[in-house]
Design a protein around this ligand. Structure first.
Ligand code: ATP
Ligand code: MG
Length: 233
């Protein structure tokens, strides 16, 4: 029996992004199309400088396309103003970075709590959410630790909890295991896959590592500004 398809959550049409520096124009994304179904885990690969981070940042509403459209959950985010986009991003996107980007003077608990402080929410609801996500990533017993008292893998778990605490529709991750040893990397990738599945999150992960990509449901390669299904050898 054919599995039932989920609704499309991310849709890009003719997406083009150019950067201008003096007389030089760089166009990492050129008339790119993408349709991603809700709840899927996509790995994005491609050579250095091919535009992976650029695409991730456009999906996350951090950057805007030069032309073309991007629609997420039926909202055309490429038409939003800066302030609309910032508000939308806070509710809709969880971002996971290669180098975790935790605040060194805050504990694991406080780092995870941070994105909730700009939302209207009671203190008890905030506490409930932080404890729930710290438990989900297996760090319930480390919440009073500062980042320097954690291993790289544990720091990335805190960063995943911070990305999840606002209950976003989409998680984006830019080389989330690029700085980890093989065992910790596998650990983080299994966790991401499991959380995506259990919480029905859509995940877009950039990686250079074929093994990391194998944790995703499928892989797309960025080449010459477009997405293709598999890289020609
Ligand atoms: N803010 C910017 N200003 C000017 N050029 C930029 C900017 N951001 C990215 N670029 C250029 O766009 C191209 C794509 O960059 P991007 O960071 O998306 O590549 P990438 O695929 O993520 O590479 P890597 O694998 O090395 O992280 C590069 O040529 C880069 O120099
Ligand atoms: Mg990059």
């Amino acid at each position: 029996m054919k599995p039932q398809s989920s609704p499309i959550i991310i849709s890009c049409r003719n997406l083009t992004k150019s950067y201008y520096k003096g007389d030089t124009v760089v166009t990492p994304l050129e008339n790119l199309d993408l349709d991603l179904e809700e709840g899927r885990f996509l790995a994005l690969m491609g050579p250095s400088g091919s535009g992976k981070t650029t695409l991730l940042n456009i999906i996350a509403g951090i950057d805007s396309p030069t032309s073309g459209t991007i629609t997420i959950n039926n909202q055309e985010i490429s038409r939003m103003s800066r302030s609309q986009l910032t508000r939308w991003r806070g509710k809709s996107i969880g971002y996971i970075f290669q180098l975790y980007h935790l605040i060194p003077v805050l504990t694991a608990y406080e780092n995870v709590e941070l994105p909730l402080l700009i939302q209207k929410m009671s203190r008890s609801e905030r506490e409930r959410r932080v404890l729930t996500v710290l438990d989900l990533v297996g760090l319930g017993d480390r919440m009073s630790h500062f980042p320097r008292q954690l291993s790289g893998g544990q720091e990335q778990r805190v960063a995943i909890a911070r990305a999840l605490v606002t209950d976003p529709m989409i998680l984006v991750a830019d080389e989330p295991t690029g700085d980890l040893d093989a065992a910790s990397a596998q650990n983080i990738l299994s966790l991401l896959r499991q959380l995506g599945h259990d919480l029905h999150k859509t995940i877009v992960m950039v990686t250079h590592d074929v093994k990391a990509a194998s944790y995703a449901d499928f892989t797309l390669h960025l080449e010459k500004g477009k997405l293709i299904e598999s890289s020609p050898l």
